[in-house]
Design a protein around this ligand. Structure first.
Ligand SMILES: Nc1nc2c(ncn2[C@@H]2O[C@H](COP(=O)(O)OP(=O)(O)OP(=O)(O)O)[C@@H](O)[C@H]2O)c(=O)[nH]1
Ligand SMILES: [Mg+2]
Length: 334
C-alpha cells in the first residue's frame, strides 16, 4: 500500500492589464495632457490547506488553476480593475514540490496556511507616467506583465489513525502483520523495516482504520542516527501512538526504552509526547511463567500511560488490543 498519494497541477496567475494612452479632452482646453491610467494587477493563485479535504482525488479531475487578468487602464486616469485571486484548497498535510527538481517548497500543515503559488503580473503604466518637459504628449504606455505560470507536484501523507512506534526489533512489523493483512518483512535484527508500512485494521461493527509502522527510531534520531526523524512527519497526524516495547529484557531496560523513544518524540515535536499513547509490552511469551508485570504496569500508569501486554508472535492479547484501539478511535471521533 503506497504511503503517499501524489498529483501534478498547473497554476497560472493573471496577466497585468495594459497601461492606457489617452489625452484629456475638455472644452476650451485644446491640448489636454496625458491621462491614461495604469492597468490592474493580475490575480494571484494561492494554495490553502484545509482539513475539509482528506485526499488528492480532486486533482485527478482538475489540474489547471488560473486567476483572472487585470483590466486595462482607461482615460481620465482610471486604473484598470485588479484580477481576482484564485485559491486552490489542498488537504492539510500536503507537501508542495517543484516538479523539475523535486525540491520541497512548502509543507502545508495547518488549517488555513497559505502559499503563493503564482504571482499575478503587475499592471502596465498609463501614459501619465511618461510625460516629460520635452514630451508633454507621450503616446507611450507599458504593457501589463505576464502572470507567473508553473507546474507543481503535490504529495499527501496518507493519514494513518494509528502509528506504531518502538525501538528496532521491538516487534512492530510482526504486530502490523497480525493486526492487518499487510505482509512486511520480519527478522531478528534491527532496521529490518526501512520505510513506513501501512495496513488496515478491521474489527466488527467499527469502521476500518489505518495503521502505520513507523520504523527506524533510535536514541539520537534527532541527530540523524538510525533512519533519523525522516518518518516522524507521518506520525504527526495519527490519532493514537502505539508504543511497542520488547519486555523480555530487564524491567529497567523496558522503562529506559520507553523514555528514550519519548525523548526522541519530544526532540522532534514537543506536543507529540502528549499525544494519546498506548504502551504495548510485547514478547510476553519469552517471559518466565512466574513473571509479574504489574509493578511495571503501575510505573507506566503513574506516568499516565495506558498499558497492555501482548505477544505479537503467538497472538496473546491481540483481540483485547484490537477492541481497545477501536474504542479509543471511536472516543476520539465524538
Ligand atoms: N518471541 C517473540 N518474538 C517476537 C515477538 N514479536 C516479534 N518478535 C520477533 O522479534 C524480531 C523482530 O521483529 P520485527 O517485527 O521485525 O520487529 P520491528 O520492530 O519491526 O523491527 P525493525 O523493523 O527492525 O524496526 C523478529 O525475530 C520477530 O519474530 C513476540 O511477541 N514474541
Ligand atoms: Mg519492522
Amino acid at each position: 500500500m503506497a504511503f503517499v498519494d501524489e498529483a501534478k497541477f498547473y497554476v497560472k496567475a493573471g496577466d497585468g492589464g495594459n497601461g492606457c494612452v489617452s489625452f484629456r479632452r475638455e472644452k476650451f482646453v485644446p491640448n489636454g495632457g496625458p491621462d491614461g491610467g495604469d492597468g490592474g494587477r493580475g490575480g494571484s493563485v494561492y494554495l490553502e490547506a484545509s482539513s475539509r479535504l482528506t485526499s488528492l482525488l480532486d486533482f485527478k479531475y482538475r489540474s489547471h488553476f488560473k486567476a483572472t487578468g487585470g483590466r486595462s487602464g482607461q482615460g481620465n486616469r482610471k486604473h484598470g480593475k485588479k484580477g481576482d485571486d484564485s485559491v486552490v484548497i489542498v488537504p492539510c498535510g500536503s507537501l508542495i514540490k517543484d516538479v523539475d527538481t523535486g525540491e520541497v517548497l512548502v509543507d502545508l500543515i495547518e488549517e488555513g496556511q497559505r502559499f503563493l503559488a503564482a504571482s499575478g503580473g503587475a499592471g502596465g503604466n498609463g501614459n501619465v507616467h511618461y510625460a516629460t518637459a520635452q514630451n508633454r504628449a507621450p503616446r507611450l504606455a507599458s504593457k501589463g506583465k505576464i502572470g507567473e505560470e508553473k507546474w507543481y507536484l503535490i504529495e499527501l501523507k496518507l493519514l494513518a489513525d494509528i502509528g506504531l512506534i518502538g525501538l528496532p526489533n521491538a516487534g512492530k512489523s510482526t504486530l502490523l502483520s497480525k493486526l492487518s493483512s499487510a505482509n512486511p518483512k520480519v527478522a531478528p535484527y534491527p532496521f529490518t523495516t526501512l520505510e513506513p508500512q501501512l495496513g488496515v485494521l478491521n474489527y466488527p461493527e467499527y469502521p476500518p482504520c489505518i495503521i502505520a509502522d513507523i520504523p527506524g527510531l533510535i536514541e539520537g534520531a534527532h541527530d540523524g542516527a538510525g533512519l533519523g526523524h525522516q518518518f516522524l512527519r507521518h506520525v504527526e497526524r495519527t490519532r493514537i501512538l502505539v508504543h511497542v516495547i520488547d519486555v523480555s529484557g530487564p524491567p529497567d531496560n523496558v522503562l529506559n526504552d520507553f523514555h528514550v523513544l519519548n525523548e526522541e518524540l519530544r526532540q522532534y515535536r514537543e506536543e507529540l509526547v502528549d499525544r494519546r499513547q498506548l504502551v504495548l509490552l510485547n514478547k510476553t511469551d519469552l517471559l518466565a511463567e512466574e513473571t509479574d508485570l504489574s509493578p511495571l504496569c503501575e510505573e507506566f500508569s503513574r506516568e499516565g500511560r495506558e498499558v497492555l501486554s501482548i505477544s505479537a508472535l503467538t497472538g496473546t492479547g491481540l483481540d483485547p488490543l484490537r477492541k481497545r484501539l477501536m474504542e479509543i478511535l471511536e472516543d476520539d471521533r465524538t
